[in-house]
Ligand binder design. Structure first.
Ligand code: AQP
Length: 332
């Protein structure tokens, strides 16, 4: 079986619809066909300031949401990044292989540090993509299921893996991004020119999966569309309506052309009312399942402990090989 690896940050509490449709939904499908490793990336989370108690709680909450979304610990390896120390260890080696200019070209850092103010951004935020490189290479992943915003980091991973293999001998599998065109980028409901995001979206433009369903329904119903009245997919000229059609299509499994036919002659209000109901029908059981996992933290922690053990077995082997190739004196 080919291998996949991906991660999600435990930072915001609730996942948003972009995280789910862009990434987590694919993770669930891929556990059936791939040897899948998925993690809650708490090391990445501390690249921006975190309250320690909240970080602990949000890490469990993220794991609970992944299980609620359909990850099955019998079918995939689910773990917390900091439970596998090899991530930080390989990241150091990769840091030393990355050019400063190369790291400076990462657009996510530019965006996030601009939002924070360049002087208050941490060095960790700067090297975040290199930690991600280590995350992927440790598992010799063939594919990395992510949203479009992460494509550049997977490209960096390919470059560094190729560089390492060229300099020290074949060590790493060269991974490919796994990005579904339709859901690669879910847009903000109030400003469909930007991606839905926990830090850039306004609360009204962001669908948090754990929000009260009533709040969610209201956000969907007040989504920005356009002054035209036709319900048609046209990402360039009708980004708001197209975004709603994408969400509808993905959650119901109805193709976009079918939806266009279904809504011919109807007003935007009809689409929004239906979509509000569809999203509520999705989030209601999701919230309940998440709560069930949270109500039993012992079971949750033991799932994560087993996952970490499985992950470490793979990660330790790759790290050991990497250290040897680099020329580190083996510890007796
Ligand atoms: N709007 C989106 N559309 C499609 N995919 C998305 N992802 C995030 N936003 C969208 C994908 O979700 C996965 C996990 O995200 P993360 O929490 O690790 O990353 P993130 O990019 O920090 O999440 P946000 O909300 O976008 O945070 P900020 O605002 O801090 O940048 C990733 O695979 C990501 O592609």
């Amino acid at each position: 079986r080919p291998r996949v690896l991906s991660g999600i940050q435990p930072t915001a509490g609730s996942f948003h619809l972009g995280n789910y449709l862009g990434a987590v939904r694919q993770w669930v499908a891929l556990q059936e066909t791939h040897d899948a490793f998925y993690m809650v990336v708490d090391l990445h989370a501390i690249t921006v300031p975190q309250d320690p108690k909240e970080l602990t709680a949000n890490t469990r909450l993220a794991a609970a949401q992944l299980l609620a979304a359909g990850l099955d610990p019998e079918r995939c390896t689910l773990f917390v990044q900091s439970h596998v120390p090899e991530h930080a260890q390989l990241a150091w080696v990769m840091n030393c292989l990355t050019g400063f200019g190369e790291a400076s070209r990462m657009t996510q850092f530019k965006d996030k540090s601009a939002r924070q103010g360049a002087d208050s951004a941490s060095v960790g935020l700067f090297t975040y993509p290199i930690l991600q490189v280590a995350d992927i290479l440790l598992y010799q992943a063939h594919e990395v299921p992510v949203g479009e915003d992460q494509r550049q980091h997977v490209e960096l991973t390919r470059d560094l893996a190729t560089r390492f293999n060229g300099r020290f001998g074949e060590t790493f599998t060269i991974p490919k991004p796994y990005i579904l065109k339709e859901t690669a980028k879910i847009y903000d409901l109030q400003d469909p020119s930007i991606k839905m995001s926990k830090s850039a979206s306004t609360p009204k433009g962001l669908i948090n999966l754990l929000d009260e369903p009533k709040v969610t329904a209201k956000k969907v119903k007040s989504a920005v569309t356009d002054t035209d009245t036709v319900i048609r997919y046209d990402a360039e000229n009708k980004p708001g309506v197209s975004n709603l059609l994408t969400i509808h299509s993905t959650l119901t499994g109805t193709s976009i052309p079918e939806l266009e036919q279904q809504y011919e002659g109807k007003l935007y209000g009809a689409l929004k009312t239906d979509l509000a109901e569809i999203v509520v029908d999705f989030v209601t059981p999701f919230r309940e399942r998440t709560q069930q996992y949270l109500d039993d933290p012992e079971t949750l922690d033991s799932i994560l402990a087993k996952g970490a053990e499985k992950a470490r077995a793979v990660a330790a082997e790759t790290l050991c090989q990497t250290y040897e190739r680099v020329g580190f004196l083996p510890a007796k």
